[in-house]
Design a binder for this molecule. Structure first.
Ligand SMILES: Cc1cc2nc3c(=O)[nH]c(=O)nc-3n(C[C@H](O)[C@H](O)[C@H](O)COP(=O)(O)OP(=O)(O)OC[C@H]3O[C@@H](n4cnc5c(N)ncnc54)[C@H](O)[C@@H]3O)c2cc1C
Length: 376
C-alpha cells in the first residue's frame, strides 16, 4: 500500500475524526474530512475534557492508558488555548466501603504500572480543603490531565491541513460505504477507505452499529482560582457512569485554567432533545454540594447539554466493518472520547497500513456489535 496513492474520506470533524485525519496525514495518506458543522462542535464541544484512565474492563484500561501516553507526547506542541493541564484526579471515598475500593484500585493500577496513591482523610482534606469534612479518603492519580477539546480538534485538523488534508464543513453526508461518500446535494466523494467518525450520528450512516445517545448536563461557574485543585470525582461515579440504564448524577468537579469550575455530571438514556432540564441540573448540583457545600455560594454562568455515543459494552467501535472492509468505523466512545481519540487514530492508521498495533485491537472491532445483533 502506498499512502500517497490512497485516499481516505472521513465523515465527522469531532475530536475523533480530527485525530484520525492528523494521524493518517502524518503517514502520507490523502485525506478529506467532511462535516456539515464547524470542526469540534458536536460532543467534542460539549464534553468535560478530562483525560483519564478508566478500568471498567482491561480493554478500556488499555485504550485509555495508550491514549494518555499519546496525549502526554502531544502536549508540548499544543497551543496554550488547548489548556492542557495536568491537575491529576482524586477519586473521593465517602466511607470505609469506598476506601476498600480505593485500596483495590491502587493495587490494580500498581500491577499495570499506572501511578496512583491512596490518600488518608487528613491528606485529602489538606489537598482539597473545600471538600466537606468526614470523607474517608481518596485515590490520587497524578498523571491525569484536562484539555479544552474543541481547540484540540481544530489544532489536529490544522496539522492535517498543513499535510495536505482537505477539510470541508459544509458537507452533510447522507450515505457511505467503503468506496464512496454521498452528500445531500447529490455529489459523491470517492475514496479507497471511508471512515465513519460521526459520533452519535454514526448509526444513521451505518445502521447496524449499536449506538445510543446518552445525554449529559454540565455547569460552569464564574472564576474562583484555587477553590479546587484536582479533578474530583466520587467513587460512586463508576456505578452511575456505566451501570444502570436509568437517569443518574454523580459528583464530578473540574478546575479550569481560567479559574472556573466545570461541574458534572448526569447521564440519561432516551432523553428527548438537547434542552437543559432543570430537574437534572438541580439533582446534579444537589449531589455536588453534598460533597462540596461551598459550591452553593458560587455563581453559575452557563449550563448546557451534550450527547455521548454509548455502546452496549462501553467500548468504542474501532476498525473495519465486518461486511465492507474498506468502510472503517471510529465511533461510540461514550464518555471517554476525548481521552481515547488519539489511540483510536493510531489503531485506524495501523489497520490501514496493515501493521500491528501497540495494544490488542480485537475488543474494539465493530464486528462484535453485528455478532450480538445476529444472535438476537
Ligand atoms: C457531558 C459530556 C461530558 C464528557 N466528558 C468527557 C471527558 O471528561 N473526557 C472524555 O474523554 N470524554 C468526555 N466526553 C465524551 C466526549 O466528548 C466524546 O466521546 C467525544 O467528543 C466524541 O467525539 P467524536 O468526534 O466521536 O464525536 P463528535 O464530537 O460528536 O463529532 C462527530 C461529528 O460528526 C459530524 N456529523 C454527524 N453526522 C454527520 C453527517 N451526516 N454528515 C457530516 N457530518 C456529520 C457532526 O457534525 C460532528 O461534528 C463527554 C461527553 C459529554 C456529552
Amino acid at each position: 500500500m502506498n499512502p500517497r496513492q490512497t485516499r481516505v474520506a472521513i465523515v465527522g470533524a469531532g475530536i475523533v475524526g480530527a485525530a484520525c485525519a492528523a494521524a493518517l496525514a502524518r503517514e502520507g495518506f490523502r485525506v478529506i474530512v467532511l462535516d456539515h458543522r464547524p470542526a469540534g462542535s458536536g460532543a467534542t464541544a460539549a464534553g468535560m475534557g478530562h483525560v483519564t484512565v478508566m478500568d471498567d474492563s482491561e480493554a478500556q484500561f488499555a485504550l485509555c492508558r495508550y491514549s494518555q501516553s499519546l496525549w502526554d507526547a502531544l502536549a508540548p506542541s499544543l497551543p496554550e488555548s488547548a489548556e492542557f493541564t495536568r491537575y491529576g484526579t482524586i477519586w473521593v471515598a465517602a466511607d470505609d466501603e469506598e476506601m476498600a475500593e480505593v485500596h483495590r484500585k491502587e493495587r490494580h493500577y500498581a500491577e499495570r504500572s499506572l501511578e496512583s496513591r491512596a490518600l488518608t482523610r487528613e491528606e485529602l482534606a489538606a489537598m482539597e480543603p473545600n471538600l466537606c469534612g468526614g470523607m474517608a479518603g481518596g485515590l490520587l492519580i497524578p498523571g491525569d490531565s484536562v484539555v479544552y477539546p474543541p481547540v484540540v480538534a481544530q489544532f489536529l485538523l490544522g496539522t492535517a491541513g498543513r499535510l495536505g488534508t482537505e477539510v470541508r464543513t459544509d458537507a452533510r453526508v447522507v450515505a457511505l460505504n467503503g468506496g464512496e461518500v454521498k452528500l445531500d446535494d447529490g455529489t459523491r466523494v470517492e475514496a479507497d477507505f471511508c471512515l465513519n467518525a460521526a459520533g452519535t450520528s454514526a448509526t444513521e450512516l451505518t445502521p447496524d452499529l449499536e449506538i445510543r445517545p446518552r445525554k449529559g448536563h454540565l455547569v460552569i461557574t464564574d472564576r474562583y482560582p484555587g477553590f479546587v485543585n484536582h479533578q474530583l470525582l466520587e467513587l460512586g461515579y463508576l456505578k452511575s457512569a456505566h451501570g444502570s440504564d436509568g437517569d443518574s448524577v454523580a459528583f464530578n468537579v473540574q478546575p479550569r485554567p481560567t479559574g472556573q469550575l466545570l461541574i458534572g455530571s448526569s447521564r440519561q438514556f432516551g432523553a428527548e432533545g438537547g434542552a437543559v432540564e432543570h430537574r437534572m441540573i438541580h439533582r446534579m448540583l444537589a449531589r455536588a454540594t453534598t460533597y462540596m457545600p461551598g459550591l452553593a455560594g458560587l455563581s453559575v454562568i452557563r449550563t448546557w447539554t451534550g450527547f455521548r455515543a454509548a455502546t452496549p459494552d462501553s467500548l468504542p467501535f474501532i476498525g473495519p466493518h465486518a461486511d465492507d472492509p474498506k468502510l472503517l468505523i471510529a465511533a461510540g466512545h461514550e464518555g471517554l472520547g476525548i481521552t481515547t481519540s488519539l489511540a483510536t487514530a493510531e489503531l485506524i492508521v495501523d489497520h490501514v497500513l496493515g501493521r500491528e498495533s501497540k495494544i490488542p485491537t480485537a475488543p474494539y472491532l465493530p464486528s462484535r456489535s453485528l455478532v450480538a445483533a445476529h444472535h438476537g
